[in-house]
Design a protein around this ligand. Sequence first.
Ligand code: ADP
Ligand code: MG
Length: 350
Amino acid sequence: MSIKLLPLEISARIAAGEVVERPVSVVKELIENSLDAKATKIKISLSNGGIDSIEISDNGVGVPYDEAGLVFERFATSKIEHIDDLDHISSLGFRGEAVFSIAAISRVELITKTHESDIGTHLIVQDGEFLSQSPIAANTGTIFKVIGLFNNFPARRKFLGSALAESRRILSLIKKYSIIRPNVSFEYHQLNSRSFVTSGSGDIRDVMVEIYGRDIANDMLILDKSEFEEIYPGTIVEGIVSNPTQNKSNRSHINLFVNERLIQSKSLSYSFEQAYHGFIAERKFPFGMLNISIPFDDVDVNVHPAKTEVLFHKENLIFSLIQKSIRNTLLEKMPVLDVTFDNNDLYMTD
Ligand code: ADP
Ligand code: MG
């Protein structure tokens, strides 16, 4: 075969395949857009586990009428401008390809209005094709409706789980975002019932009460903001973690964020676990969340389209900071541990 440039229809599908693995990927991208748009209220409703429809509305800054079409263009973003910006990304999005990708494999309706504008914009794109743009009465903020995900992509559709399995993934993701953003009110609806709501009070313990119930939440330990100027300048570790008498049977409740970005990292989850070494029974796992703020140019988030894998310049340091800050909190807030456990038992990497 001779070399040919792929038509947009195919390249869009390839891009979409990387960004949107399943309904939860759509929810993740749209929540991140709402957060980047400074929303304080985000409402998510699904039908059929998000396979038939996902609707996400926010009270963020919205998009002006004459820019709304650009939202659907590949590599169109309001978040970075210069090549150097890639070295210190502070927003959750920056690749300008999520909405483009989602719209390549579904029907997307966007309703958006800025505070400055009297009238909103209603835009419809289906399977990557622009169908219409018209004015509409709307509140300030943005609503995305994603209908019939993967209808034109049977190869991917057949990998989806049941509606229940997909909605479980989505609820678990929403919980993670609500933990890192206690000042944002999240409202999740499934089958027209309110299944999960956070108040947006700003108090992380309120969020934990919604997720784990009052008894568990009250026993969890807040990590005082620890700074590590002498070890790693510009770094702060904060969060809320289980106390050693609380535990889970797997590690899926360890939530890690770097600069408020949800990340997946086996080695950092391991350092969270190791902080409880000697305090918690074998094959039991701690839970909670940590946000590690590090200088933006010490983490590369431009590794994968889904942006959950990141590269750290000083991963070993972060590993030991996580352990130290949890360990300090455990010993400080539960002094009895100090007596019962030998500190030499600690596993430290530095
Ligand atoms: P990225 O987030 O990487 O910039 P996206 O494809 O997710 O790319 O979104 C493209 C652009 O559309 C964003 O840069 C932003 O300007 C705009 N946008 C998307 N969602 C929203 C929203 N909920 N509120 C305001 N603007 C939005
Ligand atoms: Mg985005």
